[in-house]
Design a protein around this ligand. Sequence first.
Ligand SMILES: Nc1ncnc2c1ncn2[C@@H]1O[C@H](COP(=O)(O)OP(=O)(O)O)[C@@H](O)[C@H]1O
Ligand SMILES: [Mg+2]
Length: 327
Amino acid sequence: MSESVLQLRDFRVSFPTMNGTVQAVRGVDLDVGEGEMVGVVGESGSGKSVTFLGLMGLLPKTTVIEGSATVGGDELVGRTSKQMRSVRGKRIAMIFQDPLSALNPVHKIGRQIVEMLQAHQTISKQDAHNRAVELLDIVGIPQPDQRAMQYPHEFSGGMRQRVMIAMAIANEPEVLIADEPTTALDVTVQAQILEVMQRIQHELRTAIVLITHDLGVVARVVDRVQVMYAGRAVERGSVDDLFSEQSHPYTRGLLESLPALGKDRLVPIPGSPPNMLQPPPGCAFAPRCPHARPVCTLEMPELRPFGNGETACVRAEELVEEGVVSV
Ligand SMILES: Nc1ncnc2c1ncn2[C@@H]1O[C@H](COP(=O)(O)OP(=O)(O)O)[C@@H](O)[C@H]1O
Ligand SMILES: [Mg+2]
């Protein structure tokens, strides 16, 4: 693997509240190399968004962020909000599920990209405008010179997400975080947006994190997958390995709840994620896991090599013997 452009080590995010501390992210490691796309998947509430909002400096001031998150070797944890403003949009950019909320409704699309460029570069208005049109073209917006003169409401949902991607890559960031970028879009448009992201990955060599609750989305585009549950990584590996052999019962549960596997009935994982004010001791998935044994609750499991990837299931070898999982 090439050297990590984005690297997380024992990354933690917690929110002090009136009822106690919500331990949303509890020690996550992640590596994303240049030109690599990594999927971060997990049910709603597993800490996906909070991990990346946290390292971008986009969470409330009272949030406690610990551990390490580096971009190109430079530490982000501990920076002031002013220091983060010069990093965001320049070295690391993020796009979201709802592009409309991130666009200014009263400014033309072209102007918003120009402002993004001028926020981080010394560039003339004319050059910035030309670059904005070029960026709209890169993300596949037809007649980009005319579209640049239009307002967000004149764009469809898919076209708006393309605009968000254009803004995100405007300053050629090393890292692009896409948080459920296709969740609000219909399947055809979803595929188009994923194609745009792949083009950016390959042509601009951007390190991309694709966050999604939908394993079907990552299956199509990412190189590697990191599965999250209750603020921890429970499994990671190449996308092909993960779909052919899941070492962790949680990942297995996620796959079985996928509609696209030729089954006519979805099998959601029974139960619900833990209360992060008091995460369970040991494996957080144990209370919902059909294969849990007392050993699972003794200590918090770390990722360790297993098969071609890594697992946090302490019973992975036994589950192979029992025929529950295959490697
Ligand atoms: N500002 C906040 N204060 C307290 N808890 C929060 C806050 N933001 C998020 N959380 C909690 O953090 C956990 C992780 O949320 P999130 O990262 O949004 O999950 P997802 O994996 O769906 O993106 C959830 O339990 C959520 O309720
Ligand atoms: Mg989220």
